[in-house]
Design a protein around this ligand. Structure first.
Ligand SMILES: CCCCCCCCCCCCC/C=C/C(=O)SCCNC(=O)CCNC(=O)[C@H](O)C(C)(C)COP(=O)(O)OP(=O)(O)OC[C@H]1O[C@@H](n2cnc3c(N)ncnc32)[C@H](O)[C@@H]1OP(=O)(O)O
Length: 353
């Protein structure tokens, strides 16, 4: 088979060289610091491709490469941090080589970029040393998120396994098998209202309040206090929808605590709520509606009235008002989450350019 030369684009920083090889679905074969072999789809179809470069100055032997559907990105570290006048030893640039204008910076811009990174690092270190409780805060949030992640994962895995083994029968005893863990997680979740009040997280107090109050009403008042509700299939749907979002949200926060960001996890955290939140509120509304006749019958939590007005006011009236509040709450939090999503993706795009 004929070996062809791909188009290669380059850019540099003081410490590294970036090469972008225009080959789709490429597999990287044998590579040395000066030559590379690929098989992939280029301008002339599926072929073997190879190029070699004699660099202007020495480079380190470890090479990073990443193949994507469209290209191969190669990062090579310079032996010494130094700005190069050109890439290759030979003055005349090889025909297959061109500047990568997406990454291109001239020497002064690259210096400014380096300086900005240094300043950011120094700022971070000085903030961390000025505020000694910062490490404590991160530790607390990390542990909180870890415990919640483990709790909700336990609920999710338990329910999934039971669903596979028992099928629809598992719908009827979700409460008895998972409620203790759900109680624990939900009681812990009260901290999510306190954390923004103490300035520990940037979350708005009101969205967190709506979220926690909404779940508390369902878990403690509707399911917890009415035995008749505990074996209804709606418990399964409510718990499953809650735990599905949380097994992605808490690890996302955990990574945020250690300054890491996994693209897929971030996307799931800021996208899954789009179907899950309305479904969750619908499931909760079904639970509330199913509980109304039970509250009427049992008179549990009913409000005593003066004799002229009747015996007592059923708690179901409060719940009917709550049903309206639920859809108002859904609207407020949906808008909040939508804004968070836009903010996240807008600021990330800005950072990339
Ligand atoms: C006054 C009371 C009125 C009561 C009325 C009641 C009505 C109730 C109606 C509503 C009923 C809803 C019931 C719920 C149903 C469901 O849950 S269904 C399943 C789907 N659910 C979801 O998808 C919602 C999941 N929950 C959330 O997303 C949150 O609870 C939220 C409060 C709604 C929004 O989260 P928020 O924290 O504001 O957004 P983020 O972008 O994730 O975070 C902002 C920044 O803060 C950092 N942060 C937050 N928490 C932590 C943490 N624990 N640890 C570390 N860091 C945290 C986060 O990283 C962000 O930082 P930056 O990235 O730097 O901005």
């Amino acid at each position: 088979m004929q070996i062809l030369t791909p188009h290669v684009y380059w850019a540099q920083r003081h410490g590294e060289i970036y090469l972008r090889v225009e080959l789709s679905d490429a597999k990287v074969g044998q590579s040395t610091t000066s030559s590379r072999l690929f098989s992939g789809h280029g301008a002339k179809g599926d072929n073997e491709y190879e190029f070699s470069l004699e660099f202007l100055r020495p480079v380190r032997s470890e090479i990073n490469h990443k193949s994507t559907q469209r290209q191969v990105d190669i990062k090579i570290k310079k032996q010494e941090e130094h700005w190069w006048d050109r890439l290759t030893l030979q003055e005349k640039k090889p025909l297959f080589l061109a500047p990568d204008f997406d990454r291109w910076l001239d020497e002064s811009d690259a210096e400014m970029e380096l300086q900005a990174k240094e300043e950011e690092k120094i700022n971070r270190i000085s903030v961390e040393s000025r505020v000694p409780y910062l490490g404590l805060k991160k530790g607390y949030l990390f542990m909180y998120n870890l415990v919640q992640f483990l709790g909700f994962s336990w609920v999710f895995v338990n329910m999934t396994v039971r669903l596979f083994i028992l099928g629809q029968d598992s719908f009827y005893d979700t409460f008895h098998t998972t409620a203790d863990m759900m109680y624990f997680c939900q009681m812990m979740a009260m901290l999510e209202v306190i954390n923004p009040l103490l300035g520990l997280v940037k979350t708005g107090f009101f969205p967190a309040m709506i979220q926690v109050t909404g779940r508390n009403v369902i878990l403690f008042v509707i399911f917890g206090s009415l035995e008749e509700m505990q074996n209804k299939p709606v418990v399964f749907f409510v718990f499953y929808l809650w735990s599905t979002i949380e097994i992605f949200r808490y690890p996302f926060y955990m990574l945020a605590c250690i300054g890491t960001d996994w693209k897929l996890l971030t996307w799931l955290r800021y996208s899954l709520w789009i179907p899950l939140y309305p479904l969750g509120v619908i499931a909760e509304a079904v639970a509330v509606i199913q509980s109304l006749p039970i509250f009427d019958e049992t008179r549990l939590f009913s409000f005593p009235l003066p004799a002229v007005l009747g015996h007592s006011l059923s708690f179901s009236y409060s719940l009917q008002l709550y049903l309206v509040l639920m859809f108002l709450g859904l609207f407020i939090n949906f808008r909040h989450l939508y804004k968070q999503r836009r903010r996240r993706y807008r600021s990330r795009k800005r950072k990339v350019h």
